[in-house]
Design a protein around this ligand. Structure first.
Ligand SMILES: [Zn+2]
Length: 319
């Protein structure tokens, strides 16, 4: 099989396998490890997809361009350089194109959230909004902001409020939004990774829960706070649109609260460092492999350029 063809096909095969087993494997290790594994594998598969697709596109177009002597007619005397520009430029363009809808949705969520606390002033990075909707969420930014609604605070005991605050601060300190957004961009580049978007949303919630349990020093209290927050949320049927439709504004009441509370009531999961090392190695190997395929295409271009140049010079010498 041509190296560029393998580079183009392999990321889709790996993506299909990872999309099936990734979420299940993620539930077997600590959510911090799971989050990093999912992020790395999504990045590796998506980068390899973009590079592999560029290599295939350039390889398929090359004979058409070359046989028609188009590069020479267009004055492109160094088509090898054109290939290099295309092989780097196409994946960058693909990543930008995939990032636009994700950024657009994140900005919309942020604006919707901001509209609800236009007049409130934060104190120490915490904004308490007078709103009966039992909600809490983290707003990423240079300093970050935790927003707590009075409706949620009223439903929780003081120590449970601490759990919610620690949970939201964990989202900001660990930059969970970056993991969530990166995986979403990756799913645009390679839709076989779609199940990883839901899985990473689940894992960052679990990670923040673990941090919150450690902050208050009691897993049972943390589990109770998560369950009470979710119950308060489900009890309110005000008919208003929720503040955050999706995850970039990370909510305390997001995800499957029963599964989250059950996880906190169970002993902590193993760190799973060997899995992280293995996944990191595989995730890096994939784009390197695609890069090798792209390099083969580039070399073929260079060779064709040299042959063309020799033919032209040979003809000129004979004349
Ligand atoms: Zn959360």
């Amino acid at each position: 099989m041509n190296s560029w063809l393998l580079a183009a096909v392999l990321p889709w095969g790996v993506g299909a396998v990872v999309g099936r087993v990734g979420p299940r494997l993620a539930r077997r290790v600590h959510p911090a490890t799971a989050t990093w594994c999912l992020t790395l594998v999504a990045f590796g598969v998506a980068a390899a997809t973009a590079i592999g697709a560029a290599a295939a596109a350039v390889a398929l177009v090359r004979p058409a361009l070359w046989d028609a002597s188009l590069p020479a007619e267009l004055g492109l005397h160094t088509p090898g350089r054109v290939a290099t520009v295309l092989l780097i430029g196409l994946p960058v363009l693909a990543a930008l194109a995939a990032g636009i809808p994700v950024a657009w949705s994140a900005v919309n969520d942020l604006l919707a959230a901001k509209a609800s606390w236009r007049r409130a002033r934060p104190v120490d990075g915490v904004l308490i909004v007078d709103d009966p909707d039992p909600e809490a969420y983290a707003v990423p930014g240079r300093q970050g902001l935790v927003v707590l609604h009075t409706g949620l605070l009223a439903a929780l005991a003081p120590v449970e409020q601490e759990v919610v605050l620690a949970h939201e601060r964990s989202h900001l300190d660990r930059r969970h939004y970056a993991h969530v957004l990166l995986v979403r961009v990756a799913t645009w580049l390679n839709p076989t990774l779609r199940s990883l978007a839901a899985s990473i949303a689940e894992q960052v919630e679990r990670w923040a829960d673990e941090d919150a349990a450690r902050a208050v020093g009691d897993r049972t209290v943390a589990a109770r706070a998560i369950a009470k927050a979710a119950l308060a949320r489900s009890a309110v049927r005000s008919g208003r649109r929720p503040v955050a439709r999706r995850e970039p504004v990370l909510r305390a009441t997001a995800g499957d609260a029963t599964a989250r509370a059950t996880a906190l009531m169970s002993p902590p999961l193993p760190a799973g460092r060997p899995l992280l090392v293995l996944v990191a190695a595989l995730a890096l190997a994939l784009p390197v492999h695609s890069g090798w395929g792209a390099h083969a295409v580039e070399s073929a271009y260079q060779k064709a350029c040299e042959q063309f140049s020799q033919t032209v010079h040979g003809d000129a010498a004979r004349r």
